[in-house]
Design a protein around this ligand. Structure first.
Ligand SMILES: NC(=O)c1ccc[n+]([C@@H]2O[C@H](COP(=O)([O-])OP(=O)(O)OC[C@H]3O[C@@H](n4cnc5c(N)ncnc54)[C@H](O)[C@@H]3O)[C@@H](O)[C@H]2O)c1
Length: 333
């Protein structure tokens, strides 16, 4: 069943970060459901450049787009000359997902430049084209606030969370100055599903634990993992939210989670059940100080969006297993 009555055929759609996890899933969704739409991906792809924490600066990967038939522009959202290549299009919809998505990057200058400065440029394009814009915010804006996390009460505890909160404020101010442009922010909670393999160490614990189990090792979990709860949301539900976000007619900000938090232990148990293993678990001390112990999206305002998550953790992991198996022991090249 389509997520919306909007016919995106004959629309021109920009997806920044379209070589990444969520962006590539969105691009392939449009391609399949709306074959007459023109999808333009703007992404800098992986260059091999790494950050202080050893992780890549960007995770976009060509293998996420093997079956993609739209236009691809390799460019950096931090470079105006790269963004100028988008001027030859007139966009109806813009999905802005390009970002430093690694929550453990502490280079504030790089984080703010990439996630925040570029947002002004994307908004300028949206204004020029009168495009509807949907952008990726994050549950990281809530830091370690108690559950449930609600829009309007934020307390980010790292540069990443602050950059996303800044984007939310910029969007709100932009909407006040430009009431005719529709803009919607989506605060994703913990997303998992096909397409995230190339995020390597920053991919979800679902695939990381899945690959440990497939290697014959017990899943490695922090002590008390049965008490560490997160709001895990399956990629298909995230795509649903992106599509439905095209409908509201004013600025809004929504949490995208299930509202039903589950534990890391649940993930390990469901995976072992699906993979038919009985390897036990290996527990170790959580090395992080500022670690979210309980997230639960307050999705009470999502009625406006008509967003209804469909996948329980059990259903999401079941649907995800073939990809987890396929990517096991693959290299990142
Ligand atoms: N996956 C999650 O659980 C989650 C949770 C909350 C928010 N988000 C947000 O959702 C969006 C998509 O996340 P994702 O999980 O797909 O991450 P991702 O890292 O797979 O995708 C981000 C994409 O942006 C591209 N990119 C990074 N810097 C760029 C630059 N300077 N110029 C051009 N492209 C650049 C990367 O190459 C990558 O393809 C991000 O904005 C992220 O912060 C994701």
């Amino acid at each position: 069943m389509p997520y919306t009555s909007i016919d995106f055929n004959n629309s021109t759609v920009l997806i920044t970060g379209g070589a990444g996890f969520i962006g590539s899933n969105l691009a392939l969704y449009f391609q399949e459901k709306f074959p007459l739409s023109l999808i333009v991906i703007f992404d800098c792809f992986q260059s091999g450049e790494t950050l202080d924490n050893g992780n890549l600066v960007s995770f976009g990967h060509y293998k996420n787009l093997i079956s993609f038939t739209g236009d691809i522009i390799c460019g950096n959202i931090n470079k105006k000359e790269d963004l100028e290549q988008l001027n030859e299009y007139s966009f109806d919809y813009i999905f802005h997902h390009a970002a430093i998505s690694d929550t453990r990057v502490y280079d504030q200058e790089l984080m703010m430049r990439t996630n925040v400065n570029s947002f002004y440029d994307i908004l300028t394009i949206a204004k020029k084209d009168n495009a509807k814009i949907v952008y990726a915010s994050s549950a990281a804006v809530y830091g370690s606030l108690p559950s449930p996390q609600s829009v309007g009460i934020e307390s980010p505890e790292n540069p990443y969370g602050f950059s996303k909160l800044s984007m939310d404020q910029i969007a709100q101010n932009f909407q006040i100055k430009n009431p005719d442009i529709q803009i919607v922010g989506l605060r994703f909670f913990n997303v998992y599903g096909p397409g995230e393999f190339y995020k390597a160490k920053t991919s979800s614990m679902v695939i990381q634990l899945g690959h440990q189990i497939l290697s014959g090792s017990p899943p490695r979990l922090f002590n008390n993992s049965n008490k560490i709860l997160r709001d895990f949301i399956y990629i298909k539900d995230v795509i649903q939210a992106n599509i439905k976000a095209c409908s509201p007619s004013r600025y809004s900000l929504y949490n995208v989670g299930t509202g039903a938090p589950r534990s890391f232990q649940d993930i390990a148990d469901i995976l072992q059940n699906e993979l038919k293993t009985n390897l036990g678990n290996e527990y170790f001390q959580n090395p992080y100080n500022n670690y979210q112990l309980n997230t639960k999206a307050d999705i009470s305002r999502n009625n406006e969006l008509n967003f209804q998550p469909k996948f329980s953790l059990e259903e999401g992991i079941k649907s995800y297993i073939p990809y987890i198996k396929r990517m096991h022991n693959k290299d990142y090249l």
